[in-house]
Design a protein around this ligand. Structure first.
Ligand code: DQA
Length: 145
């Protein structure tokens, strides 16, 4: 089984960026934790980060037919991007939306997700562990048990 993890804008700054909100771990450390959990579950994981909306759209398109599922933290694009929503839908891949913070407990503009409606589920508020929960949930769906 293969799962691709996609991270959106400003997530390369994790560790330095608002650590009181997003935690002290850098993106690489977080991805390494998820890759390690993937190994335990016999899941191959590929990761990608971009600050650029079009690159995220292209990457999702390239996943089509080449992987079993997606985990995405669209970051700020969650609240704005019809293009990323359409790319997830077009890929026809099961996708889980992830957020480190609980966006529902933050500013009102973060309460709307344009992408969650085309995902099989959404996990937020557990910091780095949100990604592990997403991986476990998606793996369960893909193996149907
Ligand atoms: C985020 C939440 C978004 O609102 C924000 O723009 C981010 C990170 C999170 O993981 O908590 O960049 O997606």
């Amino acid at each position: 089984m293969k799962i691709n993890i996609i991270n959106g804008p400003n997530l390369a700054l994790l560790g330095k960026r608002e650590p009181e909100v997003y935690g002290k771990n850098g993106l690489k450390e977080i991805m390494n934790l998820v890759i390690a959990r993937g190994k335990e579950l016999d899941i191959e994981i590929e990761t990608f980060q971009s600050d650029i909306e079009g690159e995220l759209v292209q990457y999702i398109g390239n996943c089509m037919g080449n992987t079993d599922g997606l985990i995405i933290n669209p970051a700020a694009y969650t609240h704005t991007s019809v293009a990323i929503r359409d790319a997830i839908k077009a890929s026809d891949l099961p996708c889980v939306e992830v957020h480190l913070s609980n966006t529902m407990a933050r500013e009102e503009f973060r309460h709307t997700s344009l992408t969650a409606g085309v995902c099989i589920g959404q996990i937020m508020g557990f910091g780095a562990y949100s990604y592990i929960l997403a991986l476990e949930g998606l793996a369960k769906q893909l193996t149907n048990n």
